[in-house]
Design a binder for this molecule. Structure first.
Ligand code: NAI
Ligand code: MG
Length: 494
């Protein structure tokens, strides 16, 4: 479906149009460091204006008037089409961001179910009746907030799109989606599926572009009612300031430095399977990863040894090859960031147990490949234990007992996800209830689905994605109070 696809066009108001005040740019394949496509559309502020106008018209017009079950029907058709194209979309995304195809396929293979789940909610946006007394009938209705700007990152472009588009469309909003600079291709391709599914023009508009220009313009635009953003905390702060003048509503899914705690009473082999995978999957480029591995002292040496052994088994290679476990970093800035943190870890005195270098020889040399890396004897206050690296770097921290585990786990500004391994059910409850994180996994990790709310405590974000809660940010509640008597006392009776 995407063989002849014209990536140099934007998708605005149901049409494929050339950037109006933007340009086209090559998109780099991070596995080779060379362009895989020479001309991908990049919109500028003028294109954002066109897209917002189209979204506004669609919201005030056909989409806004469509009953929920009819929105659901279109969304379901889209979900079915998505399933037929999941493999093609996965290849496209892997080409753009270098995530190993085996992972991209597994991820994108689930997206259709996300859209089905949100479709199933589109006609269930009911309010409440509120008992007060016999004089009035009070009730609430839920209305879509309006035009929403979706700003997505490069690590999981289509997953992030699904988590935002699903609830936005189910709620009855219209959208302008701006994918990240490095990875616009898979999101642009979605336009084909929107067309074929029969969404009215303007309901979904796709405008790749630079964050500080197109992205900032979308945030500042008075025609946009809400922005939902996934990315870096520093960007969220800029976005907040940009959106202040129009008092935008925001949902933020920001970073993490998630603790993955292994108690000595755990099933160590299973815990190590999870902890190694959760440090290196996506080449370390996910906010949910267990980048801090907290290991109880009695099993510390054993876990270090297991990490070393597993690192040897990770097949780093060309991401489109099915046997590859781990591809490159998604772009050169991220490569530089990861390598700089590896230098920081060394300078801070952590022990580099394995990895720690870019792959500089052989067929991978021109790509942005980094070895799976493990630091041991990491102190909780080190920068490699506090800051998001977004590379395949595990920081292993020893601890003793529940109190210390909880103290270290909660000892960063973040609070997105956490994992703990223990065969003591009481401990599992005690520790998970004390951890400040939006989701805690016990004896598993990164189990994420359409129906499980996901989002951050503390600096990891505002609002939730997935689950029924995901609809809330896209809806306003209206309270209506109707008098049963129509009588109103005269306050100024003579
Ligand atoms: P970023 O936050 O700058 O980019 C994310 C999105 O925001 C992109 O679409 C970008 O174009 C847009 N953007 C950037 N500046 C903007 C602005 N002023 N106004 C509106 N939109 C803007 O993240 P970046 O620089 O690509 O990555 C830096 C670090 O952020 C990573 O190393 C990682 O630590 C973290 N990150 C976290 C993600 C998560 O899943 N929570 C995803 C991506 C990055
Ligand atoms: Mg940035």
């Amino acid at each position: 479906m995407f063989q002849e696809f014209a990536f140099d066009h934007l998708y605005i108001n149901g049409e494929w149009v050339l950037p109006f005040d933007g340009e086209t740019r090559p998109s780099i394949d991070p596995a080779t460091g060379k362009p895989w496509n020479d001309a991908i559309a990049f919109g500028g502020p003028g294109d954002i204006d066109r897209a917002v106008d189209a979204a506004r018209q669609a919201f005030e017009g056909p989409w806004g008037r469509l009953p929920g079950h009819e929105r659901a029907a279109i969304l379901r058709k889209f979900a079915d089409l998505y399933a037929t194209q999941a493999d093609a979309l996965a290849r496209l995304e892997t080409q753009d961001n270098g995530r190993a195809l085996r992972e991209t396929r597994a991820d994108i293979g689930l997206h259709s179910q996300y859209y089905h789940w949100f479709a199933s909610l589109a006609d269930k946006l009911s309010g409440r009746t509120i008992p007060i007394d016999d004089s009035v009938h009070a009730f609430t209705t839920r209305e879509p907030v309006g035009v929403v700007g979706l700003i997505t990152p490069w690590n999981v472009p289509l997953m992030s799109a699904a988590w935002k588009l699903g609830p936005a469309l189910a709620a009855g909003c219209t959208v302008v989606i701006k994918p990240a600079e490095h990875t616009p291709a898979s999101t642009l391709a979605l336009g084909k599926l929107f067309e074929e599914a029969g969404f009215p023009p303007g309901v979904i508009n796709i405008v790749p572009g630079d964050g500080p220009s197109a992205g900032a313009h979308l945030v500042a635009h008075p025609g946009v009612d809400k922005v939902t953003f996934t990315g870096e905390g520093a960007t969220a702060k800029t976005i907040l300031k940009t959106g202040a003048d129009t008092l935008k509503r925001f949902t933020f899914e920001l970073g993490g430095k998630s603790p993955h705690i292994i108690f000595a009473d755990a099933d160590i082999d299973q815990a190590v399977n999870a902890a190694t995978n959760s440090a290196w999957t996506l080449c370390g480029q996910s906010c949910a990863l267990g980048s801090r591995v907290l290991v109880e002292r009695p099993i510390y040496a054993r876990v270090l040894e297991a990490f070393q052994q597993k690192a040897k088994r990770v097949r780093v290679g060309p991401p489109l090859q099915p046997e590859t476990h781990m591809g490159p970093q998604a772009h050169s800035q991220q490569l530089d960031k990861t390598l700089s943190y590896i230098d920081i870890g060394r300078a801070e005195g952590a022990e580099l147990l394995t990895g720690g270098a870019r792959i500089k020889s052989g067929p991978l040399a021109s790509g942005y490949f980094v070895e799976p890396t493990v630091f041991a004897d990491v102190r909780p206050d080190m920068r490699i234990a506090q800051e998001e690296i977004f590379g395949p770097v595990a920081s292993i921290i020893p601890f003793q007992g529940e109190d210390e585990a909880v103290q270290i786990a909660n000892g960063t500004p973040y609070g997105l996800t956490a994992g703990l391994w223990s065969n003591d059910v009481g401990r599992a409850h005690r520790v998970s209830s004390r951890i400040k994180a939006g989701i805690v996994w016990v004896n598993t990790y990164r189990f994420i689905r359409w129906s499980t709310p996901y989002g951050g405590f503390k600096a990891s974000g505002w609002g939730r994605e997935n689950g029924i809660e995901a609809l809330d940010p896209y809806l306003d509640t209206k309270t209506t109070v109707i008098s049963k008597t129509g009588k109103f006392p005269d306050a100024y009776e003579a």
